[in-house]
Design a protein around this ligand. Sequence first.
Ligand SMILES: Nc1ncnc2c1ncn2[C@@H]1O[C@H](COP(=O)(O)OP(=O)(O)OP(=O)(O)O)[C@@H](O)[C@H]1O
Ligand SMILES: CC(C)(CO)[C@@H](O)C(=O)[O-]
Ligand code: BAL
Length: 295
Amino acid sequence: MSPVSHDSQMGVVRNVRALRTRIAAWRAKGLAVGFVPTMGALHEGHISLVKTACNLADRAVASIFVNPRQFAAHEDLATYPRNEAADLERLQAAGCHLAYLPSPEEMYPPGFETSVTPGPLGRALEGEARPHFFGGVATVVCKLFNQVRPDIAVFGEKDYQQLLVVRQMVRDLDMPVEIVGAPIVREPDGLAMSSRNAYLSVDERKIAGRLNGALRAAAERLAQGAPVAEAMEEARAALREAGFDGIDYVETRAAADLSPLEPGPLAPGARARVLAAVRIGRTRLIDNWPAERKS
Ligand SMILES: Nc1ncnc2c1ncn2[C@@H]1O[C@H](COP(=O)(O)OP(=O)(O)OP(=O)(O)O)[C@@H](O)[C@H]1O
Ligand SMILES: CC(C)(CO)[C@@H](O)C(=O)[O-]
Ligand code: BAL
């Protein structure tokens, strides 16, 4: 027998109509809705977002949708890890109230043609390496917000630029939702949890564990007053020495809006973020770490 009582059984819906029926019943009771969009293959990072949504709202909805529009033709849409049964169990155990799993046809029916295009914030860093990416993310997140109509939505700081792009979209398009950023959940060696970590071989996994250390070391150098350009050069050297096959970028940017910084030392009190994307074998990893100069 299931240890879960009927009352706390998580709902599972796969189309907008069923989703809206469930949410309308909560709204009728005046309950606040928290939302966590995901692409599935869930790990403790995703679960921490669901728990945050449960803490901040009366009901939590999580979506699982591997969004084709944010993958370029050469990327890993076909092989992206999928594990629906395990994901549903994890969501249920985390206290999620409703899982929303639309099909690609439900999200993008024949005739679909409108998209959301982020501004300059979406063109730097990840946007430069993956030019299609933030347009796909903004479009699907906009649709998901219109479908769920949440009071709050929780996004992980692991995808730091994505969090800022979504905040900017919500501000620019007057969307009635509060965006909450949640801290990065890491493996014991510091590697940020990520669904794509499943691609790593045993040897690659050892190398991957050194990404976070390189960013932390850079943030420490910046805290001590090292020039940004010097700290970034040291970080690149550390990543090359660790054995990464490629570095898409390692940069220190203003934490609030990712605007570029001068090459010299950080201004005392200025909040910055060291961000990187690296490649190892067929896997691309991103991570970031806060940096602030000690006064
Ligand atoms: N380690 C983590 N800590 C906190 N939040 C995370 C973590 N990993 C992912 N998230 C957040 O979960 C949400 C869904 O992300 P997604 O499903 O793409 O997972 P992912 O592990 O980032 O996958 P990928 O390997 O494709 O980057 C995003 O808001 C993302 O920032
Ligand atoms: C926000 C998101 C679910 C949109 O597809 C995705 O980019 C992700 O999982 O970070
Ligand atoms: N976590 C971001 C989803 C992607 O890389 O497509």
